[in-house]
Design a protein around this ligand. Structure first.
Ligand SMILES: Nc1ncnc2c1ncn2[C@@H]1O[C@H](COP(=O)(O)OP(=O)(O)OP(=O)(O)O)[C@@H](O)[C@H]1O
Ligand SMILES: [Mg+2]
Length: 191
């Protein structure tokens, strides 16, 4: 089952140890991420939204959270939202597969959803379908913990996945904002 739900390569080393604290914002972000893990290990149910511009380490932090909790024996999923929606589409017309998908999704201790909002192709009908699907997915995770990373700030995300979904994500929720204009880690890797 891991194959469908856990998309972190075994040779991917993104974790807390190699997360560089290049500025105070990143130090705070790392602190929030480790606090989040502590809360979950204490049995608390919390969501986390990590928003920010490209290359600021959202996926890196999200992987660090997923890998740490998996290491501690929790049932963890890590999946890009685009892949998640492809998998949903593959269950169309197959009620058994659909129900299995929903049961698995609802069952994880932690689900990390990377790149929320990238799954839509912006066509009006697709947008409304994915908006409805988001409400359903978030409701399936009620009473469990979920991490959402996204390039969209709160207001833009409302336009992309729907205001109801953004509001639901906000229940019992922590937020990490990584919008430093001068920090794109990928620029650094180029020089
Ligand atoms: N603070 C950091 N310390 C170490 N590596 C970092 C840091 N920030 C980013 N990186 C590395 O830079 C690359 C890009 O980071 P990452 O994929 O996490 O960005 P992102 O915020 O998810 O970007 P996008 O919005 O495009 O998805 C990765 O290889 C990641 O490991
Ligand atoms: Mg990313």
């Amino acid at each position: 089952m891991d194959g469908d739900w856990y998309y972190i390569n075994s040779d991917d080393k993104a974790g807390f140890k190699n997360f560089e604290e290049l500025n105070p914002e990143l130090t705070a972000a790392k602190g929030k991420a480790t606090d989040y893990i502590k809360d979950l290990l204490e049995g608390k149910i919390r969501n986390l939204r990590i928003s920010g511009t490209p290359g600021t380490g959202k996926t890196h932090l999200a992987k660090a959270i997923a890998r740490t909790l998996k290491h501690k024996g929790r049932k963890v999923a890590f999946i890009e939202s685009r892949k998640l929606f492809d998998n949903i589409k593959n269950t169309f017309g197959n009620r058994v597969a659909q129900e299995r998908f929903e049961k698995q999704f609802a069952d994880f201790d932690l689900v990390v959803l990377d790149d929320v909002g990238v799954e839509t192709n912006k066509a009006a009908d697709e947008l409304s379908w994915s908006s409805r699907e988001w409400v359903k997915l978030i409701d399936l995770r009620r009473g469990k913990s979920t991490v959402y990373t996204t390039n969209f700030d709160k207001e833009s995300l409302k336009a992309v996945i729907g205001a109801r979904s953004v509001s639901r994500i906000g229940e019992n929720s922590e937020t990490i904002e990584l919008f430093t204009p001068d920090h794109d880690y990928r620029d650094r890797l180029l020089y």
